[in-house]
Design a protein around this ligand. Sequence first.
Ligand code: 13P
Length: 250
Amino acid sequence: MRRKLAAGNWKMNGLLANMAEVQSLIAAFPAPQPVDILICPPATLLGAIAAQCRDSAIALGGQYCHTATAGAHTGDISAPMLKDAGADYVIVGHSERRADHGETNAQVRAQAEAALEAGLNPIICLGESEAERRAGHARAVVEAQLDASLPDQGAFVIAYEPIWAIGTGLVPELGDIAEIHDAMRANLAARYGADAAKSVPLLYGGSVKPTNAAEIFALENVDGALVGGASLKAQDFGPIITALAASDGA
Ligand code: 13P
């Protein structure tokens, strides 16, 4: 059965000076923990944080990977490089990369396949825009992204992140989160079979805070969160992890 996952996406934030936050998390959540805990720092910090997190309950992930294993791609980073630096996960298809770098569903799928090939667990992100939500198309948009962004096989995580909820303090109604997560589980069951669908952790992301985490984690098909801003400080991320560990089924 799937484990719950509290994942922090540091985005383009973090210097060596911020490593004390990681140290605080390691101290607050000694191994073993009932839920998986993940930090996805900028690639520049992976090696240093990996050394800090060895034998701890904190796993590490990248924020993007190229589809190729190596080659003439200045500035890019490959899945085997992330693995080599100590990562076990990689975020692919984040809406900021889809927007800033024009990444398509097909590219996201190829990145997820490259991650799996390298022994990484891809966290595949999707979610509707504000206009799509307003037009009543959120579910259809997410299902289309699922169909086109997921690999045909392999162990992966999905993060539903409505674009309009990222970094805005806005969060969908709980019923709207539940509707999308239930639809994602049903979509996975139709494509991969009921048992395989049950093994996929479905994360919610977008303005998750200590104050709203517990009610989101209480939803049946929410298996954790992908947290941006609130993952940068242990005093914010810690209570979110605790809320997940306290949620039913963790
Ligand atoms: P915030 O938690 O800052 O809204 O960011 C969410 C996110 O994009 C995580 O990937």
